[in-house]
Write a protein that binds this ligand. Structure first.
Ligand SMILES: [Cu+2]
Length: 164
């Protein structure tokens, strides 16, 4: 009887830890609705282009700054936050932003010609109007799920076509 009991306890222990492993959820690492993206969009580029660009307004719903450090997406090999740097001779180049601070109860807008999400290594073709998930991680590895909708920028009054 004693052996049977300890076997049961072991089994229970194993099942609960296996469950935690499979679900992969540590509640304290799930940022939930603390950070969201408003009007998050991905511009559907040419079919053969391996790169896409995403925009939206990062909104921090908490009373503490959220410092974003990295990004992943199931649809892209690599996701980075970029800013644009303009020089006096009129050229522009993109710079990777190693950390992006969304102020407490505040917002950061990303838009054409400025801050954007660079989505690289497209793994499949995008479908108009579908939602693509971007997971972003802050400095404490807390993750936030952001949904960006695939749009055709040509049908959305977009005035500057020369730059993303
Ligand atoms: Cu870029």
């Amino acid at each position: 009887m004693k052996n049977y009991l300890s076997f049961m306890m072991l089994t229970t222990l194993f099942i609960s830890s296996a469950h935690a492993f499979m679900s992969g959820i540590k509640p304290d690492l799930d940022g939930g609705a603390a950070l969201e993206i408003i009007d998050g969009v991905i511009h559907k580029g040419p079919p053969n282009s391996p790169v896409s660009v995403g925009y939206g307004t990062f909104k921090n719903n908490t009373g503490k700054d959220i410092v974003l450090k990295h990004y992943t997406s199931p649809v892209y090999d690599k996701v980075e936050a970029h800013t644009m740097e303009y020089s006096s001779d009129g050229t522009a180049k993109m710079l990777q932003k190693e950390s992006l601070t969304v102020p407490a109860n505040g917002e950061i807008k990303s838009k054409s010609g400025g801050l954007h999400l660079m989505l690289m290594g497209k793994r499949r073709e995008l479908v108009l109007d579908e939602n693509i998930m971007i997971v972003t991680y802050d400095e404490n590895e807390v993750r936030y799920m952001l949904n960006l909708k695939v749009i055709d920028p040509r049908s959305h009054n977009n005035h500057d076509h020369h730059m993303h």
